[in-house]
Ligand binder design. Sequence first.
Ligand code: NAG
Ligand code: NAG
Ligand code: NAG
Ligand code: NAG
Ligand code: NAG
Length: 441
Amino acid sequence: MFVYKLLCLVLILRLRAAAPTGSAHLGDSARFWHITDLHLDPTYHVTSDPREVCSSSKGSPASDAGPFGAFLCDSPYRLIQSAFSHMEPLVQAHDFIIWTGDSPPHVSPEKLSTDAVIQLMKNMTLTFRKHFPNTTVFPSIGNHDYWPQDQLPAFTNQIYRAAAELWRDWLKDDALLTLAEGGFYSQLVKPGLRLLSVNTILYYGPNKAVGNGSDPAGQFLWLEKTLAGAAQRLEKVFIIGHVPVGFLPYARNTTAIREEHNERLLSIYRKYSDVITGQFYGHTHRDSVMVLLNHQGKAVNSLFVSPAVTPIKDAKDPFSNNPGLRLYVYDPQDYGVMDIWQYYLNLTEANERRRSDWRLEYVMTEAFGLSDLRPQSLLKLGLELMTPHSDAFLTYFRHFMVGYDSSFTCEGPCWLNQVCAVLYLDQDAYAHCVANEQLWR
Ligand SMILES: *[C@@H]1O[C@H](CO)[C@@H](O)[C@H](O)[C@H]1NC(C)=O
Ligand SMILES: *[C@@H]1O[C@H](CO)[C@@H](O)[C@H](O)[C@H]1NC(C)=O
Ligand SMILES: *[C@@H]1O[C@H](CO)[C@@H](O)[C@H](O)[C@H]1NC(C)=O
Ligand SMILES: *[C@@H]1O[C@H](CO)[C@@H](O)[C@H](O)[C@H]1NC(C)=O
Ligand SMILES: *[C@@H]1O[C@H](CO)[C@@H](O)[C@H](O)[C@H]1NC(C)=O
């Protein structure tokens, strides 16, 4: 029976993937959406001088600019609307949405202000409410959701309070309270499933507003208490946040958050790995996964980094990402993550045709031949990626950029950065992984 069901599921997935119209889904399976890094640039407009298209290109010529955006620019409003319009008919009654932050554009601080940042967060909030009036959205604050960017304090301020006001329709009073105080919250999604939105910007390297105190805003204490409470009530927990834990997949030896805080978070996540069934982040704009191993090398947590809606890249960066958003499928009994349906917009094509055909990019279990996305399965994937020139790695890297440029290859140090970041989230293990570079030549 089980095997039969599995076969049916695989068949359905195959059919859907072959004809990715995105018009229907896996029946009644439990699911939620993840959308991140919208980075609205209200100055975006197509014009004859490519340097004038958007302030987020910082004077670099956005020569590929079209109605849905450009690879040197943050999102035009039209791109964000197209993303939401694609999702709208696919969202079902019991779905919820996680939104892991970063509404303002990448521009210098003089071009923004506290009020401008709040207005951009408000604009995005209203846009969610307009498209999804009956869906709960669980937001996280990003490093750009502050002025000046990255400098989120460990105490209450105008922006945390504005967020608590804006998100009143989605969050309960106790969640709004900690949100206004420290930018984080906990809320029950449904009986048995709790969501924790962690303010990882308090641990973000460029944040000078938070000293090197051992527990900014008391968030570690809160996290431990909340996880212990969830364990006691036999709840399972999804962790969401903007800046991910672990190492950046496109740099050598660089954690996204400060090293000591990374280690501290990981030790909490290991301690409560039976309670936490998934972790969901944004910030890097790229598509990647991580597997948290315990000290015995057993896979204990699945972590996912979702690609951005904004296609922006720096003028000196070789690669970028097409706009993306995704659907997660989870097990309604134990809340393990079962699958990802990753959608994307081919920005080049959309601009050429002046039409936005968001499509299914891939279904993760199918793309990598996995049975689900539980920690053991992701470990299997991580080990496959470790084989140089494996098909799995080629696929993984193409998806990393959301199909931005298939001619771009990732070998040698580039490949090692990627694969070590998947399996090794703390300093010692990561250092050991990259130290073996000679072996991989
Ligand atoms: C959001 O900003 C865009 C671009 O500036 C504007 O066109 C739109 O009307 C705004 N929407 C809301 C709900 O404020
Ligand atoms: C939202 O719920 C209201 C009231 O239950 C209903 O009338 C409306 O059609 C729903 N809207 C959507 C987009 O599902
Ligand atoms: C952070 O730590 C450094 C070195 O230990 C110290 O010099 C500095 O004053 C600390 N900064 C803050 C804001 O606590
Ligand atoms: C990696 O970074 C850490 C922390 O910044 C540093 O202590 C360590 O020496 C670095 N390792 C290598 C191999 O560069
Ligand atoms: C996107 O569209 C362009 C132009 O039509 C095409 O060359 C490219 O292969 C497409 N990329 C993907 C990932 O479909």
